[in-house]
Write a protein that binds this ligand. Structure first.
Ligand code: AMP
Length: 406
């Protein structure tokens, strides 16, 4: 079974073609500057055949999708002889509101609902829909599946997902914690779930914290295999310190910068989403590699950014251990979580009282999936690489034929 995974943004479209027999990537690519009126291109890479860049006018997502299909079936450089080899298409969709708690086969009702909850993800949902409509138009007979970033978190109990605001904001307007990065949290937690179960801890008793530390950062408390709490909220800005997002702040700061500093609502929103986090504190970069390098060179504000980043992470681990009444494993994943031993070690420092102890050598030498905890007792500290595209492909295969296709 071959699955095409599509992640459509407002001016870009990323894709991967995955063979579910061995979960190998047959092709991948990116269409950029869709509708920009110039400079548009498709960069495609077919495994074993190398990269091709095609520059062309790409006015909309239908043209972009058509170019992707042509590239995939190109006689010389393609990955397929015929489009009918694609069994299903999986679409990443940001927001499923309170409606979707699982991936679904897309029909008119589903696209209408994605549209109806677009006010919750105004930058992403309309773009995701453009990708879906283009793919459905060009391949009407292939089943198309929507995989939502919010779906995994729909199991959060009410006392966890309702904000302490006037209740009508929740009941009438759907203002609540939704959470994001659900595909990644589900993927790495299900791997951790298997590791713990193999060690004799049944899933019903498991308490895991998954730490997605990438440019966006979110932690999830996974209790008995289900999302119990997560750090992102109505939007992805809540919670941990991120590359350019501030995470938790006093909400009164938003009205302060507007009434006292003359910011417009849009400027205040840009401040917390695009000019804060590692970039905002350090004044140097949103990229953890730069922050670590500058810190080593003695740059004080980079050191401060790193300290705040790791302190907030440690605080969330403590909070989620309390929320779940105990802890069995922590999982580090995504760009920083998978590749920065220094950040992993700094986050875990001082958590020995909880039973969290990192082995410095295992931590330093970890490549791919590893258990970096010291000894065999106490809480497992795991590094598990995330793979969002593969997770979407697996979900798609499962929804379409009730199995992973493996
Ligand atoms: P992602 O959003 O998962 O692609 O992760 C992006 C983040 O991972 C950026 O902040 C990168 O700086 C960070 N990252 C990637 N590789 C490393 C590394 N070797 N050391 C530290 N941070 C890294």
């Amino acid at each position: 079974m071959i699955v095409l995974v599509v992640n459509a943004g407002s001016s870009s479209l990323k894709y991967q073609l995955i063979n579910m027999e061995d979960e190998g990537v047959l092709a991948r690519g990116l269409v950029e500057r869709i509708g920009a009126g110039g400079g548009s291109s498709l960069t495609s890479e077919v495994t074993g055949k190398g990269k091709t860049v095609l520059k062309a006018a790409i006015p909309d997502h239908r043209v972009a999708m058509q170019m992707v299909f042509s590239a995939l079936t190109d006689k010389e450089n393609g990955a397929l002889t015929d489009l009918s080899q694609i069994s299903a298409i999986g679409h990443r969709v940001l927001h499923g509101g309170s409606v979707f708690s699982d991936s679904v086969v897309i029909d008119k009702r589903v696209t209408d609902t994605i549209q109806a909850v677009s006010h919750l993800g105004p930058l992403h949902n309309p773009a995701n829909l453009m990708g879906i409509e283009a793919a459905m138009h060009l391949m009407p007979n292939a089943p198309q599946v929507a995989v939502f970033d919010t779906a995994f978190h729909q199991t959060m109990p009410k006392h966890v997902h309702v904000y302490a605001l006037p209740y009508s904001l929740y009941s009438e307007y759907g203002i609540r914690r939704y959470g994001f990065h659900g595909t990644s949290h589900k993927y790495v937690s299900s791997r951790a779930k298997k590791i713990l179960a193999a060690e004799g801890l049944p899933v019903e008793k498991q308490r895991i914290i998954t730490c997605h530390l990438g440019n966006g950062v979110s932690f999830t408390a996974v209790k008995a295999g289900k999302s119990f709490d997560t750090s992102m909220g109505l939007t992805p800005v809540e919670g941990l310190v991120m590359g350019t997002r501030c995470g938790d702040i006093d909400p009164a700061i938003m009205s302060y910068v507007q009434s006292k500093l003359g910011y417009t609502a849009k400027q205040a929103d840009d401040m917390i989403n695009k000019r804060s986090g590692l970039l905002g504190i350090s004044g140097v970069s949103n990229d953890m590699r730069d922050i670590e390098k500058k810190t080593a060179e003695g740059h004080e504000l980079s050191q401060l950014a790193l300290d705040i980043f790791c302190y907030r992470a440690r605080k969330y681990i403590g909070a989620y251990a309390a929320a779940m009444e105990g802890l069995d494993a922590i999982v580090f994943t995504a760009g920083i979580g998978e590749h920065s031993p220094a950040v992993r070690s700094k986050i875990c420092q001082g958590l020995e009282f909880l039973g969290i102890k990192v082995d410095p050598e295992k931590n330093q030498n970890c490549r791919g999936e590893c258990n970096i905890s010291a000894g065999t007792e106490g809480i497992r500290v795991l590094v598990i690489p995330t793979n969002e595209e593969l997770a979407i492909a697996r979900e798609t295969a499962q929804v379409v034929c009730g199995e992973t296709g493996k």
